[in-house]
Design a binder for this molecule. Structure first.
Ligand code: HEM
Length: 207
């Protein structure tokens, strides 16, 4: 199988990947500003909340898929898409939160604080967002160098964030659990693969 070189990754694959990652947001803008927002249905604020939340979760899972995909296919360049994909997860979570903050709650901070304290699914979402922010800030090479081994430890928070994201999804659905179940199963496979790899490495390491 042909492997793209680093110049092809930088000049072709990364810009294409960036455009693909931005597409769900552009589609949302398109739906919101054409046809007077009718494309978003009877409750546009809820539709934006749901769409951005779903994309946030998808990008979290995509970020977690890149290492197993690289290991299974031997395509090392996939690793180079991890930072961008993770940052898009942060972008979609931020849009999801901003929609809640501005359009849904109209900056009603006291109500938001009450919501975070009283509705467990909002508490979980907020925790996810708060954990994701430091990962976004420290995602640069200079931060990676500065933090050394601690960088790896900090970035393991991504597992917790994905669990919080799935849990948050489970807790906000009323009865139809099919979709959150599907995302949770995908996450279980991704985490299971990592545990299996760790076990395998321990077995093959002498002593
Ligand atoms: C890691 C962070 C987060 C992820 C991955 C996430 C993901 C999701 C997902 C997948 C949904 C369900 C969408 C659907 O029903 O189709 C959802 C719903 C929702 N999320 Fe989040 N979320 C996160 C953080 C937050 C935060 C910080 C808030 C606000 C403080 C929030 C508020 C909400 C609300 C209000 C809904 C329900 C919308 C409705 O009534 O349909 N989420 N979220």
């Amino acid at each position: 199988m042909a492997f793209p070189n680093s110049q092809q990754v930088r000049q072709l694959i990364k810009p294409l990947w960036f455009s693909a990652c931005l597409l769900p947001f552009l589609l949302l803008l398109f739906d919101a500003f054409t046809s007077g927002g009718r494309e978003l249905g009877a409750n546009p604020i809820e539709a934006i909340q749901d769409r951005m939340g779903l994309w946030a979760l998808r990008f979290l899972l995509l970020t977690l898929s890149l290492t197993p995909l690289r290991q299974l296919t031997g395509q090392a360049w996939l690793q180079q898409l991890r930072r961008m994909t993770g940052l898009f997860a942060l972008f979609y979570v931020s849009m999801h939160f901003l929609n809640y903050l501005v359009l849904d709650q109209g900056f009603g901070w006291s109500f938001i604080i009450e919501d975070v304290l009283k509705r467990p699914f909002i508490t979980l979402g907020m925790l996810g967002l708060l954990c994701l922010i430091p990962l976004g800030i420290t995602s640069t090479t200079s931060w990676r160098r500065k933090l050394g081994r601690r960088w790896q430890k900090l970035h393991r928070l991504i597992y917790l964030i994905a669990i919080l994201g799935c849990w948050h999804f489970w807790w906000q659905v009323k009865s139809d659990i099919e979709e959150p179940l599907l995302y949770s199963l995908m996450l279980a496979v991704l985490l299971g693969f990592r545990l299996w790899k760790i076990k395998l490495a321990k077995k093959t390491t002498p002593g």
